[in-house]
Design a protein around this ligand. Structure first.
Ligand SMILES: [Zn+2]
Length: 97
């Protein structure tokens, strides 16, 4: 049962980290946080729902845009992995599980 909690907080952490990374870029560019929906920064094609799944989509797409094949930033992947690992580490250090 504790593995469910680890997985839950890992997924939640990676989603929040991905959103924070995207928001950071949009705020710096003085763009809206909600519009346009997630898209490729180069070809501006809208991302499919499965392309929004952190870490999984990066691995499945080989780290590039599905349409224009532009390489995606590894910074995003590092953010997402860190967002997944940190909550689990905190839980382990706090003695949860
Ligand atoms: Zn693209």
């Amino acid at each position: 049962m504790i593995w469910f909690l680890y997985c839950y907080f890992a997924v939640l952490g990676s989603v929040l980290a991905s959103f924070a990374d995207t928001s950071w870029g949009r705020i710096a560019a003085h763009r809206s946080l909600v519009w346009p929906l997630s898209q490729c920064d180069v070809c501006h094609s809208r991302l499919a729902p499965w392309e929004l799944v952190p870490i999984f989509s990066f691995a499945l797409l080989g780290g590039q845009c599905r349409r224009c094949h532009t390489r995606l930033s590894y910074r995003t992947l590092v953010f997402e992995v860190t967002g997944a690992v940190v909550p689990v580490l905190i839980m382990l250090l706090a003695g949860i599980g």
